[in-house]
Design a protein. Structure first.
Length: 138
């Protein structure tokens, strides 16, 4: 899969969709956690094996849906850093170098960016990027 780079405008337009996807990912994560916490014991090995197979099939379906959501996001230039806190990076370019537009669930807009090497701790205000140079073509 080729890496997709987004402008700030494109990333901002994706925020409503990203919020919905994060909600789905959280529900899938919770369902997987609940499924893993349920353990039944039967005296008959047949029923134990049958339950194991049914539970495994459900788990694999949930994992497939979970990872499909993540792959679809990556295909659109979006990297999920932390599902629980809703930390997201949008891949972009500034002055010919790859950067990440950093957003966290609950923030009203994309207000920060950082280099790909620095991560969340290196977040800087988006205003530091010069608007006329903030474009993938540079």
């Amino acid at each position: 899969m080729a890496k997709k780079l987004l402008t700030l405008r494109e990333a901002r337009a994706l925020l409503p969709e990203v919020e919905e996807t994060l909600e789905r990912l959280g529900k899938l994560r919770d369902a997987l956690s609940l499924l893993n916490s349920v353990n039944s014991v039967y005296e008959d090995n047949y029923y134990t094996l049958q339950e194991y197979l049914v539970k495994s099939r459900r788990k694999h379906k949930l994992f497939f849906r979970f990872y499909k959501e993540l792959v679809d996001m990556m295909a659109n230039g979006i990297i999920v850093k932390d599902i629980e806190s809703g930390l997201i990076d949008f891949l972009s370019v500034y002055k010919g170098k790859e950067i990440c537009l950093c957003w966290k669930l609950g923030e009203r807009d994309i207000m920060y960016w950082h280099s790909v090497d620095e991560g969340f701790q290196g977040r800087q205000p988006i205003e530091l990027l010069e608007a006329d140079e903030f474009d993938m073509r540079h």
